[in-house]
Design a protein around this ligand. Structure first.
Ligand code: RI2
Length: 432
């Protein structure tokens, strides 16, 4: 039975983990799905828009045999996207998914749209566009198209739970007996979601601003609109703040934060990530956002957050996490773990740099090999592995407060809010 989501990896225990990591690493595929077909473990995935704009959708990328059954029984991996094993995962005209949805999905994958709140907003907009432009001739076909669109968006990036939370919210509002009724209810629901999202951030900002005193210095990591909402509200309340901004490798998203803060006339000191501990002595609050919050209060945020939080605790600097409730990960209430996205090694190491390392070690010119799914050449050396996790997990004991639009919470008590808002564990409507 196919169960094409990251949760399935858990059922397979550790067996698949190393395979999945290797496939992600070797292929650069962002979203690797796993499934069991007649006892065979196949790994399929796809690469959407990549950094250099190559689009390679729905291609089978790997077939991995786990050794749990005999090799001669092994069947080739079948792509969910090309075989229609599950039609909700099909792309292209046959699924009815409109090009605007595909384009949003590509933008999310390539991080042209990024940040958990912005991703949720874009996903809701894309579902509204799907509803608006659908040419489905029956209610069932319309619903199927919406689910396919949601699946397309869901597959883009695995860590920020704001994405599936947004998709669930909009799909649950799809209601009616005719295509016209379904269309208008879906569009209305998406609009409501977007409105609530913006209001929640404003409210969160107001609440979070009370932690910031006139003259305080905040130290930031990456770029979080929720975190900056707290700063903006404090400034609006007449407080003067300063900021120490970590550049946040590998994508230097701290630059976006620095730009925004300078627009607000906040004095900014930009530092290399490695310098953070030294600057904690000058810091009143570490202020970060979140991509997901787990039921135990763990904070999943841009890679480097956990080290910063540990150092802050050691220096006695409070760590404040600004996260709308859309960042609460309801599945973690039943033990689901949050998948950490592994991104392309080229964000860390260019082909030229890779070649230099390899030729430095061997004294020879490195070999290059054209990869199947890219028009670039890959410099090969099986002894050199580059890993690029996008996020890490900060345990609750290093976090002082999670600020949401519903108030501030010690991380350990966030599960109460999670239960209240999401009830018991959620389904994935795009899977049905
Ligand atoms: P807002 C970002 O992830 C950062 O990790 C940031 O802290 C988080 O999303 C939340 O952003 P990425 O998309 O929702 O840059 O607060 O990988 O804007």
């Amino acid at each position: 039975m196919w169960k094409a989501n990251d949760r399935h990896e858990r059922y397979l225990g550790g067996v698949l983990d190393s395979h999945l990591e290797r496939v992600r690493r070797d292929t650069g595929v962002h979203s690797v799905l796993s499934g069991l077909v007649k006892g065979h473990t196949n790994v399929v995935g796809r690469r959407r828009g990549t950094e250099n704009g190559v689009i390679d959708q729905g291609r089978e990328v790997a077939a991995i045999h786990t050794g749990v059954d005999s090799p001669d029984e092994q069947k080739p991996a079948r792509s969910l996207f090309t075989t229609g094993v599950q039609s909700t995962h099909m792309d292209g005209p046959e699924s009815g998914v409109v090009p605007a949805v595909e384009s949003t999905a590509d933008d999310i994958t390539a991080m042209r749209i990024r940040g958990a709140a912005a991703i949720a907003d874009a996903a809701a907009t894309a579902l509204a566009t799907q509803a608006e432009r659908s040419t489905a001739d029956s209610p069932a076909a319309f619903e199927q198209e919406l689910r396919a669109a949601a699946a397309t968006l869901y597959e883009t990036r695995p860590t920020a739970v704001s994405l599936p939370n947004a998709l669930r919210y909009v799909l649950r509002g799809m209601d009616g007996d005719t295509v016209a009724a379904l269309r208008s209810s879906t569009i209305a629901r998406a609009e409501r979601f977007k409105r609530d999202l913006a209001q929640a951030q404003d409210r969160l900002g107001e609440i979070g601003s009370h932690r910031l005193q006139d003259g305080d210095t905040v130290l930031t990591h990456c770029h979080s609109t929720d975190a900056l909402a707290c700063v903006e509200a404090a400034l609006e309340a007449g407080k003067d703040l300063e900021a120490i901004v970590k550049e946040t490798r590998p994508r230097k998203q701290g630059h976006i934060t620095a730009r925004q803060l300078r627009e607000w006339d906040v004095p900014v000191t930009l530092i290399a990530d490695n310098a953070a501990r030294r600057y904690l002595d000058r810091t009143d609050h570490v202020l970060v956002g979140a991509d997901s919050i787990a039921a135990d209060g763990s904070v999943i945020n841009k890679i480097g957050t956990s080290g910063l939080a540990v150092n802050a605790r050691e220096r006695g600097v409070p760590v404040m996490v600004a996260a709308q409730t859309i960042k609460l990960h309801p599945d973690t209430m039943t033990g689901h773990t949050v998948e950490i996205e592994m991104r392309s090694e080229r964000e860390l190491l260019s082909d030229e740099e890779r070649a230099a390392i390899i030729s430095g070690a061997t004294g020879e010119v490195a070999e290059t090999e054209a990869t199947e799914d890219s028009d670039q050449t890959q410099v090969t050396d099986s002894g050199l592995t580059v890993e690029n996790p996008a996020f890490d997990v900060t345990p609750p004991r290093y976090v002082d407060a999670i600020v949401t639009e519903r108030g501030q919470f010690p991380p350990e008590s966030i599960v109460t809010l999670m239960r209240e808002l999401f009830g018991e564990p959620t389904d994935d409507p795009w899977e049905s």
